[in-house]
Design a protein around this ligand. Sequence first.
Ligand code: SF4
Length: 371
Amino acid sequence: MKYMDEYRDRDAILRLAEAIRRTVTRPHAIMEICGGQTHAIVRFGLDQLLPDEVTLVHGPGCPVCVTPVEMIDKAIALAAMPDVILCTFGDMMRVPGSEHDLLGIKARGGDVRFVYSPLDAVKVAEENPGRQVVFFGIGFETTAPANALAVKTAAARQLRNFSMLVSLVLVPPAMEAILSAERCAVNGFLGPGHVCTIMGSEEYEPIARKYRVPIVISGFEPLDLLLGIHMCVKQLEAGRCDVENQYARSVARAGNAAARALLQEVFEISPQQWRGLGPIPASGMRLSEAYRDFDAEGRFELAGVVARESEECISGEILQGLKKPCDCPAFGTRCTPDRPLGAPMVSSEGACSAYHRYRPALAPAQTGECA
Ligand code: SF4
């Protein structure tokens, strides 16, 4: 198939849904990792085409949602400093920190600018030699190479006024944390297509073997996702636990060698706190020794930041596949995109935002059920 429409062909979608129905004989819970996959599933109603035995649960693959509140508070503290320009992606502007968000700091005079790429922030630093420019670098393996390139570029241009607040995370350790949890509700995974474009599919093979769980690397269009679900269901029914690649048009087993080399040069693996999931060993990236001068946490005094989470937000349980957005008592009432209590309601890849956008009538107060 060459064109987008072909991946959204209604008859092909219905045939595939029927094939899944004919394959399944018992209950299976399948977690899609990426927030982009969650949005496509909810937007196109793919979960509603599946037989009752197949439940889709939503994973931790929304970069904004898993950025720890402490890091958002640090970004806010930086943005409030008079000589600092804080650059970040637009999605981060309205994510609630402990007390404020970046948009609020901007309204009070903080110099917060949203950019489309980390390299744009390097350009801002070049244009403002008298001020410190900090890029708030969040995301998964997908966006990490662009962050690495920005730091490398700043180093090559000897920019002393550029630094990065780094909150980059890795998918495989999060999957292991979910699978190791006492209340794990996941039988199989749709693997993260974009992440695997960079990292390849091979690093998922030990996870599939260790936890005896099928992992199907999947794309983001309706036929990609249904085909991935069908492949996963076939494995579950047969008792297999392999890594399979539905998204072969973008993902190679070894990934993108140049991007991986760049990551290895600029970053090193570190422990990482995940919003909603807590600390996960070896699940983050920090600047390597050679580039440590560009670490905003080393350049600025941020030790006084004390983070506090919303007591109402159940995003941690949603990100582990234990609950769905409409199970949250605040969904669509006290928490809306205009007044979000948690990141998943405001992020363009957040599960709560997907449900609110495409299924607003599912607020539990209105229906008493979550489908
Ligand atoms: S609806 Fe709002 S409060 Fe509830 S889990 Fe989602 S983001 Fe958190």
